[in-house]
Design a protein around this ligand. Structure first.
Ligand code: G3P
Ligand code: MG
Length: 248
């Protein structure tokens, strides 16, 4: 499968330097800052609903306790997922994937949906993206650190482009991508070597790096052949590039 084209700057968890990560407010902020795409994380609630949330546990980013996977949607949505970030965002809820999809369509944003759990979550997310993703939104990109999730997504909705997330690119990256039918690699920017970026570019594999918050670092990575960066402050980088512009 050919790599999906993405903008060169992607808002991380929305625009999580400006608003509480993975909330509707964060998606809105990304759009206000001129982002074309956002990345966000998905996992399943106890009662099997896809929610947009990063950690396994609730403690860091809500006023709740325990695990997302052990909490029903109604209880998750009763939590405050914004007050920890600032008073301004108190009362922001944990959104479902469906709510985020609707908001992104309204805002005209594209999406990288990162699957934070294994095959079951991936199957549910891939089904949602294949059948219920708004027609007027750009096609979504699935990514995951979990290879079983990527394999399950490939089985459920092979037409949706996939990327393997991996902090440090391993020597067998090509075989891994081929085995999973992935056309892109998402890696940690400070673990990447210039020759790995060159090899990815030569292989026609899209390479995107997280999490890059300094414009000078982003420009260096682009010079190595990196296609895109995920940023908590996407506007810092797009401003230095003269707009939200370049596409890979
Ligand atoms: O998907 C890129 C990046 O978000 C991966 O790391 O921990 O921020 O989800 P994390
Ligand atoms: Mg993520």
């Amino acid at each position: 499968m050919a790599a999906l084209i993405s903008p060169s700057v992607i808002g991380h968890r929305g625009a999580c330097g400006h608003a509480p990560e993975n909330t509707l407010a964060s998606m809105k902020k990304a759009a206000e800052l001129g982002s074309q795409w956002v990345e966000f994380d998905v996992r399943l609630s106890r009662d099997g609903v896809l929610v947009v949330f990063h950690d396994a546990g609730l403690q860091r980013t809500t006023n709740g306790k325990g695990l997302v996977a052990e909490t029903d949607l109604a209880d998750l949505q009763a939590l405050d997922a914004g007050g920890w970030f600032s008073k301004e965002f108190a009362g922001e809820a944990i959104p479902t994937l469906s709510q985020v999809a609707g908001e992104l369509a309204r805002l005209g944003l594209g999406a990288n949906v990162e699957i934070k759990q294994g095959a079951e979550t991936a199957r549910a997310a891939a089904r949602f993206l294949a059948n219920l993703w708004p027609d007027n939104s750009p096609p979504p990109l699935i990514s995951s650190f979990h290879e079983d999730a990527l394999a399950a997504a490939a089985e459920t909705a092979p037409q949706i482009s996939r990327a393997l997330c991996i902090n440090k690119i391993p020597p067998d990256w090509r075989q891994r991508l081929d085995g999973l039918g992935c056309a892109a690699l998402h890696c940690k920017h400070d673990r990447l070597k210039p020759e790995q970026a060159a090899a990815a570019a030569a292989a026609g594999v899209a390479l995107r790096c997280y999490t890059v918050n300094r414009a000078s670092r982003a420009l260096k990575l682009f010079g190595w052949g990196v296609n895109a960066v995920f940023s908590d402050f996407p506007e810092r980088i797009s401003k230095r590039m003269g707009g939200s512009g370049l596409e890979c």
